[in-house]
Design a binder for this molecule. Structure first.
Ligand SMILES: NC(=O)C1=CN([C@@H]2O[C@H](COP(=O)(O)OP(=O)(O)OC[C@H]3O[C@@H](n4cnc5c(N)ncnc54)[C@H](OP(=O)(O)O)[C@@H]3O)[C@@H](O)[C@H]2O)C=CC1
Ligand SMILES: CC1=C(/C=C/C(C)=C/C=C/C(C)=C/C=O)C(C)(C)CCC1
Length: 318
């Protein structure tokens, strides 16, 4: 496995689709060949899309390994098979969504989300970080979300898993700084990937047992249409997120937090503008229940609010 010269070894989790696949391909195609990408996925039978997108970089600047973030053995075997266990940049991307009224979601399904999004990320960091600390070098990237900063109705458990990872990283970053290991969170808003399609398919199938009729109605007839509007108005592409991630990796002084979508800056700003939390809760309530039908207009207002001073706080793909 190539890790010589100035080439940086980048290991990415969850590369069978979406953001992980795009980051892997973008870095493997780097014109200066600065990266050797180890693209990992839990099921190598899903490799075709990545292999096709990687084109002639496959088995040159991009190699494939199997890694399931939910398995101790899989993570250890994968990292052990990397030459000298040397990873310069670790990109924790693997994640799953979960949507719907909490009353209708089983505890097992909730635990699976935490097992992947929180413990999965921690498991991989725990395996890779000690070598980085020893070498006094390395960069850990974590694919968080705007939902790691601001709760979104009916995304309660997914949001909680991303808040958990934000808290973990906020704490780790201080210690890692002492070892010259960098840690950066990427915080995308909605991105058009299978994440969105998988969740919509689930919603179409689900009966929502345990949830009362009003709650199901608010979810299906109020939240879902607004969410579709938001995806349409604010959605980024996985390529956008890959470009933002590459910028963070290549920055001489990478930021800890990196929102990718400037249209979300006002939402996050609101949280810090009122420490009681009332402003966020009531604004979200009004947006959803009182101005739901005006969501398109709301989106335009959000766009206007995103002046250049707010834009500076995000990382743009260009
Ligand atoms: N799309 C969006 O709107 C946003 C997504 N994010 C985050 O971005 C990340 C990538 O999501 P996205 O590309 O959108 O969605 P996708 O569903 O396209 O990709 C998720 C990837 O994670 C993998 N994965 C799931 N479970 C495991 C596991 N146990 N071990 C290894 N890999 C696993 C999936 O593999 P498999 O094919 O085997 O299931 C897949 O490759 C996630 O962390 C998500 O939370 C953040 C903000 C917004
Ligand atoms: C902003 C906003 C909404 C929805 C936000 C959505 C749908 C965000 C999706 C983010 C994703 C998918 C992140 C993944 O990690 C509502 C509640 C409809 C109305 C109030 C304002």
């Amino acid at each position: 496995m190539a890790s010589g010269g100035e080439q940086k070894v980048v290991l990415i989790t969850g590369c069978s689709s979406g953001i992980g696949l795009r980051i892997a391909v973008l870095l493997a195609r780097d014109e200066l060949k600065r990266y050797h990408v180890i693209a990992t996925m839990r099921d190598l039978r899903k490799k075709d899309r990545l292999v096709e997108a990687a084109g002639d970089t496959y088995e040159k600047t991009l190699t494939l390994l199997s890694l399931d973030v939910c398995s101790d053995d899989s993570v250890r075997q994968c990292i052990d098979s990397v030459k000298d266990r040397h990873i310069d940049i670790l990109i924790n991307n693997a994640g799953v969504g979960l949507l719907g009224p909490v009353e209708s979601i089983s505890m097992d399904d909730m635990k699976k989300v935490f097992e992947t999004n929180f413990f999965g990320t921690v498991r991989v960091i725990k395996e890779v970080m000690p070598d980085m600390k020893k070498r006094r070098a390395g960069h850990i990237i974590v694919m968080s979300s705007v939902m790691g900063l601001q709760g979104v109705v009916f995304n309660d458990v997914y949001t909680a898993s991303k808040f958990a990872i934000e808290g973990f990283c906020e704490s780790m970053a201080v210690q890692l700084l002492k070892f010259n290991v960098k840690l950066s969170l990427i915080e995308p808003g909605p991105v058009h990937t299978e994440f969105e399609t998988k969740m919509m398919e689930e919603v179409a199938k689900m009966e929502y047992p345990g949830a009362d009729a009003d709650t199901v109605r608010y979810f299906k007839d109020v939240y879902i249409p607004s969410s579709i509007d938001i995806f349409e108005a604010l959605g980024q592409t996985p390529e956008d997120i890959a470009k933002c991630t590459k910028k963070v990796i290549e920055s001489s002084r990478p930021r800890f937090r990196n929102l990718t979508n400037s249209l979300y800056t006002p939402i996050v700003a609101m949280k810090y503008a009122d420490e009681t939390g009332g402003l966020s809760v009531h604004t979200f309530y009004n947006l959803l229940f009182n101005f739901g039908s005006l969501m398109h207009i709301t989106m335009s207002i959000l766009k206007c609010l995103t002046c250049s001073c707010l834009r500076r706080r995000t990382i743009s793909p260009d």
